[in-house]
Design a protein around this ligand. Structure first.
Ligand code: FAD
Length: 352
């Protein structure tokens, strides 16, 4: 195997110039499962993620939401799924590099790849698996002055990671999609007051959720501020006092607030990945479905970032892609060895 034991045992980033079998770009659910699939085929992995921890969209966007379509789990919280995936990957001693974006990917000339991160970490890998989801993602921000000060204090947030932060607080939500509606429903159970600013009467969320929101509004448990848009923030030193909403005629409403949660979707951007000579279809990487191979030998792509006919953007599809890519990658890492296919029940995992 390509990685030294000291790197492998540390479990965290340890300097520059590291050699491994597989470099996985992205530690979302699909990248995490790829560690397991590669491990079962005796391939060691380094995993790089721009975020500060594992889980991708599950951790960053909906940690406390239940997922219902993971095989074998009738219901599992997104954050619990991530914890299980990390546990499943752990016996294979992946080396994680968090808080680092992969900025460049170059062929070394020896049929290997040089992966470099924004922190200057260099990884030399036989194979690269891109499990980068929607790429470098960030929230669409409302055009408001002084936003950075309120973001820094946590008064303006683009995702909810802990519901309890909002207990007995005044919360103003903006947006008309699933996130805005779902969090208005959820936070109305514990916040002191919830207002939802939306620019038009129709919401783009699940009809049943919209009906529940409208009932809450009729009963006076949520305030709907329609058709308005958030226009300004009031407060001092990042301490929020109110959100000012304005309609197209310039009429204003001042909504007292401790928190402002604008849910205007994600800005999706492949970032540096767009420069790596891969065949792209809009913001997705084209792959051969049976192997998840890209047009560049030794680079595979799996999960939300890929496209092929019939692709489903589901976690379970990404898991199957991780298995297919690992089997194809093994032929590159061990070109002279036949694979004797074994079930996990016969092979076991290290330490089992
Ligand atoms: P992601 O989870 O997007 O992870 C990709 C990771 O790559 C990110 O952490 C990112 O930081 C990192 N990355 C990107 N570019 C770089 C780079 N250059 N360098 C370093 N790191 C990089 N799916 C289901 O199957 N069932 C559901 O019920 C379900 N519910 C959902 C609910 C919501 C609200 C949302 C938003 C999504 C839901 N999904 C659901 C979709 C599911 O979350 C995605 O299919 C899944 O997260 C894709 O996993 P991934 O590992 O491919 O990518």
């Amino acid at each position: 195997m390509g990685v030294s034991m000291s790197d492998a045992n540390s479990g965290v980033s340890s300097g520059t110039g590291q050699r491994t079998d597989v470099a996985i770009v992205g530690a979302g659910p699909v990248g995490l499962f790829a560690i397991f699939e590669c491990g079962m085929l005796n391939m060691r992995c380094h995993v790089i993620d721009a975020l500060e921890g594992a889980g991708g969209q599950c951790s960053a966007l909906y940690p406390e939401k239940p997922i219902y379509d993971i095989p074998g789990y009738p219901e599992i919280m997104a954050e619990d799924l991530v914890a299980k995936l990390e546990e499943q990957a752990a016996p294979f001693e992946p080396v994680y590099h968090f808080g680092q974006q992969v900025v460049s990917l170059d062929e070394t000339g020896e049929g290997r790849w040089r992966v470099e991160t924004s922190a200057g970490t260099v990884i030399d890998a036989a194979v690269v698996m891109i499990a980068a989801g929607v790429g470098a993602f960030g929230p669409n921000r409302p055009p408001m002055e002084d936003l950075p000060a309120y973001e820094a204090s946590g008064a303006v947030r683009y995702l909810v990671t802990r519901r309890r932060d909002f207990r007995d607080k005044r919360v103003v939500i903006a947006g008309g999609g699933d996130s805005a509606v779902d969090w208005a429903l959820s936070l109305s159970e514990l916040a002191a007051h919830v207002a939802v600013i939306h620019r038009r009467p129709k919401f783009r969320a699940a009809p049943e959720s919209v009906a529940r929101l409208q009932k809450l509004a009729e009963d006076g448990n949520v305030e709907l501020v329609i058709p308005y848009q958030p226009a300004a923030l009031e407060g001092t030193d990042g301490q929020l006092a109110a959100v000012v909403a304005r309609d197209l005629d310039g009429n204003e409403k001042r909504l007292e607030a401790d928190f402002f949660l604008p849910f205007f979707g994600l800005a999706q951007n492949l970032g540096p990945i767009a420069e790596w000579g891969l065949n792209l279809d809009y913001n997705h990487i084209q792959v051969t479905p049976a192997t998840c191979a890209t047009n560049r030998a030794g680079i595979f792509a799996i999960g939300d970032i890929v496209t092929y006919e019939g692709k489903l953007k589901l976690i379970l599809s990404g898991f199957a892609e991780a298995a297919a890519a690992a089997h194809a990658a093994r032929r590159i890492v061990y070109p002279d060895e036949e694979l004797h296919f074994e079930y996990s029940t016969s092979k076991g995992v290290p330490g089992s």
